[in-house]
Design a protein around this ligand. Sequence first.
Ligand code: HEC
Length: 363
Amino acid sequence: MYARIVGLFWVVGDLAGLALAQTGPIEDLNALPAPELYQRACAACHGSDGRGYPGGEWRERTGLLTPPPDFTDPKFNSREPLEDWVAVIRDGGRPLGLSPQMPSFGLVLTEAKIRELAQYVKSLGHDARYPPGELSFYRGHRTTKAFPEDEFLLISNYERLRSGGTVFQETLYYARRIGPRYQWEVKGTSAFATGEAVRGEIEVGLKWAVAYDLAHRWIFTVGLEPALPVRSDEEWSATLYGTFGKALGDRWTLQSSLYLKWSPPAGAEGWTLRWSGVVHGIFTSARRGLFPALEWTVERALHAGVRTRVWLLPQVYAALSRRGHVALSIGPEIPLRRDPDVRFRVRAFLLWDYADGPFWMGW
Ligand code: HEC
């Protein structure tokens, strides 16, 4: 290993000697302003306008195996936090599960210059209508994510009943962004209970990121989710919600949602109010890692004679891939007051952020 590195230095030294002999002192790249440095060090692969050969010429022109991204696309550009790009430029593509052909510049450029470059590349596709990826906080189970997403989830709930039976509930969830601020989603749920017919529900939803503030690191989103039963003898419902997300210092994030649900009642008893929130702890700067979280839910039917119910859901969010785009989250949901029917409940989901690439890439 050391011999190889020394060997490399010999080669580099020789090249430097050659350059010196031919052109005088080597220029210090750190002295160049970011736009010029970009043209020198990055444009060969990323294109001089940052669009990365959108016509597909990258195959012939660059010898790359992965197409370089289009930095001028505001949807792509806004989604990636600045710090991630600082890390990619410093350490290369590999540590974040990107193509190893994205080289590392940490040995050549100063940290300040790398930051300046990252900011320059960010500026190529800046569009303030798109909320920035810094405000994309980890997902909880009962709290809605505030950031609009391109995601696919498999959600599983398992309940052990006091009667001895079990209930499995499986949900497939698909979300897609539309334009700068919207997201639509569709959710299909089936519940399998021992000794009972399968129940099911289709939910569609529209979410709108109303406002955000990057300096204070918050985002506010509202949404509407009508749910239709698959069998005709069940009720439909509609839920209106608002979700607020905020970073609490560097190590914690909070998301909290307030839901108002209505289902056509027999009497005037159709309204339910629910408040959920989740706090995640972030103790690693890598995307892959374990992120502990605590979630709470308070639910109250808005008619007399029904008790308020409270649950706590300690959980762990495990970002599995180096790219962070595949994650698993699991935790037991514990009622504060003994549940007369349910002995034990576990919630889990497997998440794939498909905008960050295929499921199998970036590990
Ligand atoms: C040898 C070719 C090459 C050079 C030179 C190069 N890059 Fe890259 N870069 C790539 C490739 C390929 C990717 C795509 C990686 C992927 O998507 O897996 C990439 C990805 C990136 C990303 C990506 C981010 C993301 O989150 O998807 C940033 C930022 C970036 N490069 C910045 C730079 C900067 C700044 C320079 C110049 C200092 C530079 N690159 C030089 C090939 C290169």
